[in-house]
Design a protein around this ligand. Sequence first.
Ligand code: GSH
Length: 217
Amino acid sequence: MDSKSCKTGKMAPRTYKLSYLPFKGRAESVRIAFFVAGIEFEDERIPLTEFGERKKDLPLGQLPVLTIDGSIVITQQVAILEYVGAQGGLVPTDHLIKAYNDEIINLLEDLTYRTSATIQMPEEKKKEARAILNNHTIPKYAKALDGILATHDKKHAVRAQLSTSDILINRVVEQLESGMLDGISKDILKPYAHIQRVQKAFLENEKIKQYFAKVAK
Ligand SMILES: N[C@@H](CCC(=O)N[C@@H](CS)C(=O)NCC(=O)O)C(=O)O
């Protein structure tokens, strides 16, 4: 576990505050990683009505932000996820397996960037953009991801145990299958057997079951 030394020479645990909005979005992956790692953190959920005011104090005016020991600030979901995940054994230490993990994470980030870009669009433009996503972009990325997972052919995305890429696959599958994105079929990922297999293995993991049981309360 990451830790700091204090004047006594003893190692003291760090304190963490994860700041985000009152929904899953780009923070849920980190919340899951904290749970799997068994690390306590403050889960700050900023009401949307206060976000405008808080933006000016945020690097890039964006969330999520992780504050460590009250003063160290890290932005960007993936950087935060990798930092927390590394402390919970969720980041492969073998360089090649880590590259496989990063490959999937970057692929999913590219896809998420494209879907997120449509959320604030005016209705007509959104309809056109969502049709392109539904008919071309998402199938293209899903096919690529499915092929990568087939090649690895492991219980989880890149190895026998969970990694940060499994968490992000779950986030994307959950978002696309929620039906929340108008114009995108909630069955869009159903034809991809390896994505479905990895998602199923994720949901059957004991720690993940405990997490979902906890958040459902
Ligand atoms: N690349 C950043 C993107 C962060 C981002 O776009 N966050 C959204 C909320 S999900 C936000 O703060 N948007 C406000 C804005 O960009 O003005 C990350 O992965 O953390």
